[in-house]
Design a protein around this ligand. Structure first.
Ligand SMILES: [Zn+2]
Length: 238
């Protein structure tokens, strides 16, 4: 007997699922295999999800075949064809079978965005020694997160361990209240901005780590010379 692929599927309108999952279900339940859809149909169906086209494009990483005019000359530029479903992204068990590493170029892009340092505490790789950087997902795969650049974050070993052990909010609040006023203000600024802006000196330090040792020495000599000049100028002052 032919099994209905639609049987037992969650409803695509269920807002507790992420864009990737809802997009997949929408293709199956609304568009149907082999049919064409447009970007505006997609946006109309998901007015609440920003970048839904990208989420649907990400399905290709999960084995979904979605052709564009590049793959299928009969399609207009605004059209895509849902050719074939891939991994059942709404099923955590199915998703786990596929242990996907982020692509090399995405990893590189994430590290460059982080300027090769922890995006939480700013520590660069190897400083202090033993500090390793990990790529982790902001939203885990099981909760609809993906391996797109936006969902990846670069954390040092300590920060990722702290995140995994899940410090409770009350513990963090206690730690935060024991900070000096200046640090509390900085923390609130970071929280408001949604990021920790690197100071210029931290930026240079992080990029210095990436230089060859010859270039590192050159930069060190340059700074030493500058410092020396500054000192001489100070000495010459009355
Ligand atoms: Zn860190």
């Amino acid at each position: 007997m032919h099994t209905n692929v639609m049987e037992g599927l969650p409803d695509w309108r269920d807002e507790s699922n992420g864009g990737l999952v809802r997009g997949a279900l929408w293709l199956l339940q609304v568009i149907g295999i082999g049919n064409v859809f447009t970007k505006s149909q997609l946006r109309e169906a998901f007015p609440d999800i920003s970048q839904i086209d990208r989420r649907v494009r990400d399905l290709r990483d999960w084995g979904w075949v979605i052709d564009t005019s590049r793959e299928d000359g009969s399609l207009r530029q605004s059209e895509q064809r849902f050719v074939k479903p891939g991994i059942s992204v709404w099923d955590p068990a199915e998703r786990k079978k596929r242990t996907r590493a982020a692509s090399a170029s995405t990893r590189q892009a994430a590290l460059e965005r982080a300027k090769f340092a922890c995006e939480l505490c700013g520590r660069p790789a190897g400083h202090p020694s033993g500090t390793r950087l990990h790529l982790t997902r902001r939203i885990p795969l099981a909760m609809g997160g993906d391996d797109g650049l936006e969902n990846l974050t670069v954390l040092c070993s300590d920060c990722s361990a702290a995140r995994d052990s899940g410090h409770g909010v009350s513990e963090l609040a206690a730690q935060a209240s024991s900070l000096p006023m200046r640090d509390r203000t900085r923390l609130l600024t970071w929280i408001t901005m949604g990021e920790r802006p690197r100071t210029p000196v931290e930026d240079i330090w992080a990029q210095y780590q990436q230089l060859s040792s010859a270039d590192q020495q050159q930069l060190a000599r340059h700074l030493a010379r500058l410092l020396n000049e500054d000192t001489q100028v100070e000495d010459a002052m009355p």
